[in-house]
Design a protein around this ligand. Structure first.
Ligand code: ATP
Ligand code: MG
Length: 357
């Protein structure tokens, strides 16, 4: 098996050098700015996800990278070589879309061989590389079938093999798992992670599913209205969101708005004590797993339980304060259930608080 694009590496060792550089990319349709002067570097061997709400510009950026859409201004380079004016087929890029777009009249093996035939490789090499690519996606047993005789997940793996087979410098995937059911999606996420690890390929993966982005990425580039809101590792972006938008888009969050005063933040729920703040902030954020419900009158403020949903490994409990603030808590399994209607005190460890401007 020699599907390696180069020596595989762990995320930590991933080459810091830029494989793909996007500089000052802007795209407007008429007076509407869809991408606003974007700068982004994707490192060699990295799996970077573009995550963001519908309409934030993810697909447009991907189309600019592969040459299907021309930017209004800015440039795209791979390995330091400018690609901005190259046609799609001359860019060292492979693309996998949400809808697998296999050739229906060609067998699986012929589909995978197609890009190699276009590149006029020798029959012997084509055979070997098709076998390797199908083995990589665990489909060597269905090479003779037509796509219609495969499940959705299998078809998407063929599309992936057809992209891997010619070892493009950068692989772009636009919501490739979007059409699959949840279980299959999770299996395919693991497959893509393994393939990424084994090939060392540089991948830009688009999704609007934050769980998928957290599960897959070396880094997440979170987009909002055509700009980059934050770019960081999944852990860093979850733990240290730099804006209210990021805090709310990734994971569940409890956000309190207020004004800093002597000794804490004055919020609708009263004074929440804080220490040692040297800068001014508008919000404080606490993740549900860090919230604790304790006896009423002993927390920062009181709230009434309005919802309690058993989720197997934990219980999601939602409470509402007198001021109308909703507080979500993820209680670990084993904590005795709190009845809807009961009054609790709300608290958290001081070091679980994050500040947002
Ligand atoms: N050809 C076009 N002409 C005009 N506006 C366009 C065109 N293509 C995209 N847009 C607009 O650009 C914005 C970004 O679209 P894009 O498809 O990049 O979003 P996205 O982040 O991929 O969203 P989704 O998650 O729904 O796929 C949208 O507001 C869209 O309506
Ligand atoms: Mg899209």
């Amino acid at each position: 098996m020699n599907m390696q694009f180069k020596q595989p590496r762990s995320a930590a060792e991933a080459d810091q050098s830029a494989k793909l550089s996007i500089r000052g990319v802007t795209k407007s349709y008429g007076s509407i700015a869809v991408l606003k002067s974007l700068d982004l570097e994707v490192r060699d061997g990295e799996l970077l996800t573009l995550l963001g709400p519908s309409g934030s510009g993810k697909t447009t950026l991907l189309q600019i990278i592969c040459g299907l859409v021309e930017p209004s201004s800015g440039s795209v380079a791979i390995d330091g070589r400018d690609q901005t004016n190259l046609p799609v087929h001359e860019r060292d890029i492979g693309v996998v879309f949400q809808h697998y777009a296999l050739f229906p009249h060609l067998t699986v093996a012929e589909n995978v061989a197609f890009p190699l035939r276009m590149r006029r490789l020798k029959q012997r090499d084509i055979q070997r590389r098709v076998d390797e690519a199908l083995t990589m996606v665990n489909l060597s047993h269905v090479g003779d079938r037509l796509p219609k005789a495969l499940s959705g997940g299998q078809q998407q793996r063929v599309a992936l093999a057809r992209c891997l087979v010619y070892r493009p410098g950068v692989i772009l995937m636009d919501e490739p798992l979007g059409a699959l059911d949840r279980k299959l999606r999770e299996t395919m996420q693991m497959e893509i992670k393994r393939i990424h690890r084994e090939t060392g390929a540089t991948i830009v993966f688009v999704t609007h599913d934050q769980e998928e982005a957290l599960a897959l990425s070396d880094r997440i580039c979170l987009m909002n209205e055509g700009s980059i809101a934050q770019i960081d590792t999944p852990h860093a972006i979850y733990d240290r969101p730099n804006s209210r938008f990021c805090a709310e888009f990734i994971g569940l969050s409890n956000i309190f708005e207020g004004a800093l005063v002597e000794g804490g933040m004055r919020t609708a729920d009263g004074l929440i004590p804080l220490y040692g703040l040297t800068q001014d902030y508008t919000y404080l954020m606490v993740r549900p797993e860090n919230v604790e419900f304790i006896p009423a009158g002993t927390g920062y403020f009181d709230a009434t339980i309005v919802e309690s949903v058993y989720a197997g490994s934990n219980t999601q409990v939602v409470a509402q304060s007198a001021a109308g603030t909703t507080i979500s808590c993820r209680c670990p399994a084993g904590v005795s259930a709190l009845a809807v209607g009961s009054k609790v005190g709300v608290t958290w460890r001081a070091d679980a608080v994050r500040y947002i401007k």
